[in-house]
Write a protein that binds this ligand. Structure first.
Ligand code: FES
Ligand SMILES: [Fe+2]
Length: 462
């Protein structure tokens, strides 16, 4: 659209019905948070390529961003019993989380207070009724207090708490254990902003991990996560008509969202996309129902594919999982509702699309990242969390289809991640910065603006 038609940057929207228009036609009352809209224009300057490819920028993130940002390390069910522990690594830093006798959790730097050896080498779950250093055998209780120093006679200077494990800030929300390496960080609640209220009807603590896939990706962690922050790529990357009229919200420095409806699309929204495939003739409601894999069901007059598909999924999950989701709105059942929490986390309250993502740098490699996908399934009322699955680990060259537990999502993730290497290599040949859409890519811009604050004001790790 030309500047003349659109004098106020950020005000233009895709033609055709909005997400709110679609949700208002649904069969159940729509939860109020899903009808909220929160957008402001944040500028349209290009983003310099150095933010993605330069070692200096990456190193400054290691010094200023990661030691100051709240980030989820694991789920509560990764440490079900007293003595269970979990090691979470971020860049060069390593954090040890332990389940206490009283049922609470504490986190520590995963580092010996004698001569600095890493205490538990492997990331992930372990059982450690006490914590012992593999070098000289110093040991600590689960609460981080010193248990034993062999040859104590030589260490009269280890007095009081002086050699306890260094505590790391640790808080729980939605069944996730979050850590922050900055002892003076603001509380997690400040960071979460609207999320507890928005997720009140979608409690993530009442979910179980159905699948966990961890893949190495050939791109900087920001390139990788930004491939998941807009639906603008759907037409070309996924050959899909959905998402052209998705809704984008920025609630705070830390929290943003998109809502991308499933089972309804607007041919009008694709007016200036190439080809006629999705416009002429547009997909009928009956075809959309088949597209949602609901076969053998004819729509009655006035019924929409969304209403019928949502009801079929409710009944299927009730039978399969024994969970009562009768009150869940069509949107929660069907849609891709994606919250992003700065800097690197995504939470989906949906039922058909129930994922959680996390993107981290892969060691000190600027051009590589680790992408965790959790699929969180609703848990019946009163049921205990089952043991979580070990992550399926995939290398750069492997396909998501080698993780069959992802089902229909696997080929979609192959498409999403298929452009990352091309973009990484492209950026190294680019003399120009990255240009972002004012609306559809506003969440990416928000992340970079908040990142700048951390890069300027973040407290260095030491
Ligand atoms: S370095 Fe850990 S006990 Fe010596
Ligand atoms: Fe995608």
């Amino acid at each position: 659209m030309s500047a003349t038609n659109n004098p106020t940057p950020g005000e233009a929207r895709a033609p055709g019905p909005s997400v709110a228009d679609t949700l208002r036609r649904d069969s159940r009352e729509v939860p109020a948070p899903l009808l909220e809209q929160h957008y402001a224009f944040l500028g349209d300057e290009d983003l310099p390529v150095e933010r993605y490819i330069s070692r200096e920028f990456f190193q400054r993130e290691i010094e200023r961003l990661w030691p100051n940002a709240w980030q989820w390390a694991c789920r509560e069910e990764h440490l079900p019993e007293t003595g269970d522990s979990y090691v979470y690594d971020i860049g060069p830093y390593s954090v040890l989380i332990a389940r206490m006798d009283d049922g609470g959790v504490k986190a520590f730097l995963n580092v010996c207070t004698h001569r600095g050896t890493r205490l538990i080498d492997a990331q992930g779950c372990a059982y450690t009724p006490s914590i012992t250093c593999p070098f000289h055998g110093w040991s600590w209780n689960l609460d981080g207090s010193v248990r034993n120093i062999p040859g104590q006679w030589d260490f009269p200077h280890t007095v009081g708490d002086s050699h306890n494990l260094a505590a790391v800030r640790c808080e729980v929300w939605g069944g996730f254990i979050f850590i922050n390496l900055n002892p003076e960080a603001a509380p997690l609640a400040d960071y979460l902003g609207v999320m507890p209220a928005h997720f009140a009807q979608f409690p993530l603590e009442r979910r179980r991990i159905r699948a966990h896939v961890q893949k190495t990706l050939p791109a900087n962690w920001k390139i990788a996560q930004e491939a998941f922050m807009e639906a603008y790529h759907n037409f070309e990357t996924h050959d899909s008509p959905h998402g052209a009229n998705a809704q984008y919200d920025v609630f705070s420095k830390y929290v943003s969202r998109f809502i991308h409806t499933i089972g309804s699309y607007s041919p009008t929204a694709l007016a200036d996309y190439p080809g006629d495939k999705w416009r002429s003739p547009p997909m009928s409601e009956q075809e959309m129902l088949a597209d949602l894999s609901i076969e053998g069901r004819s729509l009655a007059a006035g019924e929409t594919a969304r209403q019928v598909a949502a009801q079929a999924i409710r009944e299927q999950l009730q039978a399969q999982l024994g969970v009562d989701i009768d009150r869940c709105s069509d949107s929660q059942v069907l849609d891709s509702i994606e919250y992003h929490l700065f800097p690197n986390m995504f939470f989906f309250p949906g039922i058909l699309i129930p994922m959680v993502y996390r993107f981290r740098p892969n060691g000190d490699d600027v051009d590589s990242s680790i992408f965790d996908v959790l699929v969180l399934e609703p848990l019946p009322d009163g049921a205990a969390h089952p043991e979580p699955p070990e992550p399926t680990r995939l290398g750069v060259e492997q396909s998501y289809t080698e993780a069959p537990e992802l089902g229909w999502l696997a080929p979609v993730y192959d498409e999403d991640t298929g452009n990352l290497d091309l973009q990484t290599r492209g950026l190294k040949t680019s003399r120009k910065g990255l240009s972002l859409g004012n609306y559809q890519e506003v969440r990416i811009r928000r992340v970079h603006q908040t990142l700048d604050e951390f890069m300027d004001q973040g407290k260095p790790f030491r």
